[in-house]
Ligand binder design. Structure first.
Ligand code: TRP
Ligand code: SF4
Length: 403
């Protein structure tokens, strides 16, 4: 369960895959750009996750990390609004991962669909490792160490968020029942003041004895407005309300990212593994060449052959980049052979270049000032660490590790 109406913290990570492309931009990054203005956001480079599959060749890691960070900054992820950091610089992720591993049944990890899927897909790699089995649990630690409420991810990651909720629930159930929980909760109720204490008790009773959800909602709202009790007491009262223990690690929700509509140069989805990408920092001449030479409707062998945009990988680009008038012009011109394929591609080339120009300009500035980039990340790591440290204090105490 999440503490209701708390300012929601958003957290997401990306494995360092090197230079990002238009697929990333039109999917994940545009979503991050929007979220950074709406919530307290934490975005990080999941370098340990990269190691779970790429442990053999670590030489590209450093370059991939910085290229990715520069691309984030270049598209407009703003370190003034979002906290940007690198996973391995916040060792609390690893400590929480270790502690959660104590209570995570092996079967929960073996049953995560990506475990078998990825082993099948990456046959050339030996993924029968301890680290790879723990991939989703490390992700749970990433999320829980910030008590993030919302995690923007793609469809393929939803199972990992579900696991995170289960692990959090198990943790709270085991360790949220601190010694004397009941007494502490009763003490906390007194601090609400006479009137509110009675109200809270009545609402709790209505919820627990009659399953009255409206009473639960009212009681939560009541707790939210309390200024005079500590956060610890508030968490106890939220827990006591529902009959469980104190909520130490709140359960996160996934924020499903719409699949990118960005097509690849060959009609498949844009992805590095298909070799059909346009990188955000692709030189303009290269962008132009890639688009000019990308395949079209195979039926249009000669300029005079009529075509069908529905069978052409160029058409999905128009759906991303062109206005209605241009699209109508393509539909008519292609089907009547009034326009040639290069005519058809011209407005796209212009649109892609116009989209990339400001991104590339900013990327050049950051590339020229590596110290600035390092400082941004350094500050982000510090900020993230302060939050993570606090969680670990609570987690260690809950697990009896407070000496
Ligand atoms: N596993 C995620 C992916 O491959 C990356 C990731 C690691 C992540 N830790 C995370 C995403 C925590 C969200 C939250 O895309
Ligand atoms: Fe494709 Fe445009 Fe050529 Fe038609 S005119 S085949 S839509 S590139």
């Amino acid at each position: 369960m999440n503490l209701p109406n708390q300012p929601q913290r958003v957290l997401s990570g990306m494995r360092p895959t090197g230079a990002l492309h238009l697929g990333h931009y039109h999917g994940v990054l545009k979503n991050w750009l929007k979220l950074q203005h709406e919530y307290e956001c934490y975005f990080f480079v999941a370098d340990w996750h990269a190691l779970t599959t790429h442990y053999e060749d670590v030489s590209i890691l450093d370059k991939s990390v910085w290229e990715m960070v520069i691309d984030w900054l270049a598209v407009g992820i703003n370190p003034g609004s979002a906290c940007l950091f690198i996973q391995s610089r916040v060792p609390e992720h690893a400590e929480l991962h270790l502690l959660l591993s104590m209570i995570t049944p092996l079967g929960w990890l073996e049953r995560v669909p990506t475990y078998k899927d990825q082993q099948e897909k990456l046959k050339e790699k030996d993924l029968a490792t301890y680290g790879f089995l723990g991939y989703p649990l490390l992700q749970s630690a990433d999320i829980l160490v910030y008590k993030a409420g919302m995690v923007p991810v793609g469809e393929d990651q939803v199972a990992h968020i579900e696991l995170t909720r289960e692990v959090a629930r198990r943790f709270n159930h085991m360790y949220g029942r601190e010694p004397g929980f009941e007494e502490k909760a009763l003490e906390a109720i007194k601090k609400l003041g006479k009137k509110n204490a009675k109200l809270y008790q009545d609402l709790r009773k209505r919820y627990q004895e009659q399953g009255d959800d409206a009473a639960l909602a009212t009681a939560r709202a009541l707790l939210d407005t309390q200024q005079n009790i500590s956060l610890g007491d508030k968490e106890r009262l939220f827990g006591y309300l529902e009959g469980g223990g104190r909520i130490i690690l709140p359960e996160p929700k996934e924020l499903l990212t719409q699949a990118s509509k960005m097509p690849g140069l060959d009609g498949q989805k844009m992805s590095k593994s298909y070799g059909n990408t346009i990188a955000l920092r692709e030189p303009p001449a290269e962008v132009e060449k890639k688009l000019r030479t990308m395949p079209t409707d195979p039926a249009r062998v000669r300029r005079t052959d009529k075509g069908d945009p529905d069978r052409c990988p160029v058409w999905p680009f128009h759906q991303v980049y062109s206005d209605d008038i241009t699209r109508a012009w393509v539909q008519e011109g292609c089907r009547s052979a009034d326009i040639g394929c290069l005519d058809c591609k011209k407005p796209l080339i212009d649109a892609v270049l116009a989209e990339l120009a400001p991104i590339q300009e900013r990327a050049a500035q950051y590339t020229a000032d590596r110290d600035l980039v390092r400082n941004i990340i350094h500050e982000g790591c510090e900020k993230a660490r302060n939050v993570a440290r606090q969680t670990l204090v609570e987690v260690r105490a809950a697990m009896g590790l407070e000496y």
